[in-house]
Ligand binder design. Structure first.
Ligand code: NIG
Ligand code: FE
Length: 408
């Protein structure tokens, strides 16, 4: 009997992003078949099995890519940091502002005050900007609440966004993002005690987080404090990731790799020699060129060493009010090429398959049978165009979980 499928997409060029000698794992004259929320065929049209399709779509020669994955955002928050942007342009550094109680803590104050609906509405606006560019999976961190109720509030908002919009939302508990003002006395160790004893267990109990993150930095938490959070996460069965080596080299990446972190993020100060440990642990290196750009950083992450060791590199927006108010993953891909010297193919893999791996997801990010039916069709001549032009491209058609969102 002829097998049924829900969608047959023909006349496509496929950037499958499989491991292949061929750039982008490209297949000209490609076809894709979807059944339910899965891809059941992606390959040359000529090899396509005989399928009875409920609906068909003419790709008109467009390029199909997997739906994009933004694996690092802080897009739920209250307030704005435009005044701090002005301060920094007058010469104040990010760290000076943070130590004076501004920076992350000013967003904490605004986020604590904001009602859940208000956070939802502003977060939704930012998330919609990402979806317009073909993002079908996004990670959202907490970390602007820094008390139990406010952290739970942020995570509930993130979950609700994923229920209401055509996107998979993965949430990350980032209670160890900054030391809240009320803990300046007794200090960071006391805050981490409370986080491990009260916050993390309750977040885990309510099933509100898929992973746990720590800002390991001079203006954040020490490696010893970071490790305690990682241990608490493991005790609750949650995988970890880390903001590490963004402003200095505290060896946070090595620590995270020892704890089998899904990813280590930022990495401008990562020592080239430490890339070995990441390769062995299978930890993804998440590059965040938006924060590098906004902070006028000059030190580059060790991309050549990461590439040489075969550490998977992801690219994400880091969408946040302080260091990366940038709701555009395609822009992050362009910046990864221009600022960090990634190839456009690395940037695209970084914003799809490797982004998915940074979230512990292996069911998406490539156009192959068995993967989730998240895919975007682009009216471009080659996949490099996605990283080449700024604000040139939007997907002409987008499927999320096998459901056609639009076809222009
Ligand atoms: O990823 N590095 C720490 N956290 C964010 C910045 C958050 C903020 O400044 O509000 C980041 O860059
Ligand atoms: Fe971040």
């Amino acid at each position: 009997m002829t097998q049924q499928c829900d969608w047959l997409l023909g006349n496509l060029r496929l950037a499958t992003l499989t491991d292949s000698e061929i750039p982008y794992g490209a297949i000209e004259d490609g076809a894709v078949a979807l059944a339910g929320d899965r891809v059941i065929y992606a390959g040359p049209a000529t090899d396509m099995p005989d399928l009875a399709a409920r609906r068909r779509l003419d790709g008109r020669g467009r390029w199909a890519t997997p739906g994009l994955v933004d694996c690092h955002t802080h897009l739920v928050y209250g307030g704005s940091r435009a005044p701090e942007f002005e301060q920094r342009l007058r010469g104040a550094s990010y760290e000076e502002i943070a130590r004076a109680g501004g920076g992350i803590l000013s967003t904490v104050a605004a986020t604590r005050l904001a009602g859940e609906d208000e956070l939802y509405t502003s977060g939704r606006q930012r998330l919609l900007r990402l979806l317009e560019e073909g993002v079908t999976t996004v990670e959202i961190k907490s970390g602007y609440g820094l008390d139990l109720e406010s952290e739970l509030k942020m995570l509930r908002v993130a979950r609700r966004l994923g229920e209401d919009l055509p996107v998979t939302v993965r949430t990350t508990f980032l209670g160890a993002h900054a030391l809240p003002a009320e803990y300046r006395e007794p200090g960071a160790d006391a805050y981490i005690d409370m986080l491990c004893r009260d916050m993390l267990p309750e977040v885990a109990r309510q099933g509100l987080a898929d992973a746990v993150d720590v800002f390991c930095e001079g203006v954040g938490f020490s490696p010893a404090q970071t490790e305690r959070v990682f241990e608490a996460a493991a005790a609750h069965g949650l995988p970890v990731k880390g903001h590490v080596e963004q402003l200095s080299d505290l060896k946070g990446a090595v620590l995270a790799a020892r704890h089998r972190a899904l990813s280590v993020d930022h990495l401008e100060y990562l020592a080239a020699a430490d890339t070995n440990v990441l390769a062995e642990a299978g930890t993804v290196a998440v590059l965040l060129p938006g924060a590098f750009y906004y902070l006028h950083e000059t030190r580059l992450p060790p991309v050549a060493a990461l590439r040489e060791r075969g550490v998977p590199m992801a690219v994400a927006t880091d969408l946040n009010p302080g260091t990366s108010p940038m709701a555009s993953l395609l822009t992050a891909m362009n910046q990864a090429c221009v600022l960090f010297h990634l190839t456009p193919e690395e940037a695209l893999r970084g914003a799809s398959v490797n982004g998915a791996r940074a979230l512990g997801l292996d069911d998406r990010g490539q156009l192959v049978a068995g993967q989730r039916a998240d895919l975007a069709l682009w009216d471009i001549d080659s996949p490099a165009e996605l990283s080449y032009g700024l604000n040139y491209h939007r997907p002409g058609a987008l499927f999320q979980g096998g459901v056609l969102q639009h076809d222009h």
